[in-house]
Ligand binder design. Structure first.
Ligand code: HEM
Length: 189
């Protein structure tokens, strides 16, 4: 994955746990003391190793690290120069989720070798939908749980999510059944 992702993992660890903890995690992941370059492609193994090392050093399951990272990512991208892109994806949660593939297609203009996930929306009502998540990478569903939590903040809604793995059919994937309610003070959700 592009360095942008690893850089954000580093940002999350440094801001929440400090520089010394980042050094421990980086060393345990076998990575040199060098800055990640956002536009450079790194082996996916680098990101998985970082998650594994963070899990060991912080004493938390890998799934919890991924979820926390997903949550952080929604704030980080908005501040790291991708705010307009996030804005253009939609003004409401369902609109945004329907536009996720289009958004990553736009990301691809800056990151030409991007291997983005793919999402689709079904069973939509005014307060619920099913989000289907397809990826060639394994084990990243908890990341999506955190991303959805961050999007809940963004759109000022409380989201209840039930996730399921679908192994049958032509394209195994994960699905997330979402139901949302507006948070107090939000008349627009
Ligand atoms: C403007 C904001 C965003 C940017 C710039 C961005 C960019 C990226 C980049 C660079 C990757 C790594 C893929 C690679 O290098 O091949 C990635 C992966 C991913 N993105 Fe986004 N993204 C954004 C927002 C989102 C949002 C809001 C979601 C919400 C669901 C999302 C879901 C994912 C997931 C799940 C992956 C992991 C890769 C996989 O599943 O195979 N992204 N994104």
């Amino acid at each position: 994955m592009y360095g942008l992702i690893n850089k954000a993992v580093e940002g999350l660890v440094r801001s929440k746990f400090g520089d010394a903890t980042w050094d421990k995690i980086r060393t345990r992941a076998g990575l040199p003391d060098e800055p990640f370059i956002s536009m450079e492609q790194y082996d996916d193994k680098t990101t998985y190793d970082l998650v594994g090392a963070a899990s060991a050093v912080l004493g938390a399951p890998g799934e919890a690290i991924l979820e926390e990272f997903g949550y952080y990512w929604t704030k980080y991208t908005a501040e790291a120069g991708y705010g307009e892109l996030m804005k253009s994806a939609g003004k409401t949660l369902p609109e945004f989720l329907r536009n996720l593939d289009q958004m990553h297609t736009r990301v691809k203009l800056s990151f030409p070798h991007l291997a983005p996930p793919s999402f689709s929306v079904t069973d939509e009502t005014s307060s619920s939908l099913t989000l289907h998540y397809y990826s060639d990478r394994a084990g990243l569903a908890p990341l999506v749980v955190g991303l959805l939590r961050g999007l809940g903040d963004r759109f000022n809604v409380d989201i209840v999510t039930r996730s399921e793995r679908v192994n049958e059919g032509p394209r195994p994937h994960d699905l997330f059944r979402l139901t949302w309610t507006p948070r107090a003070g939000n008349a627009h959700a």
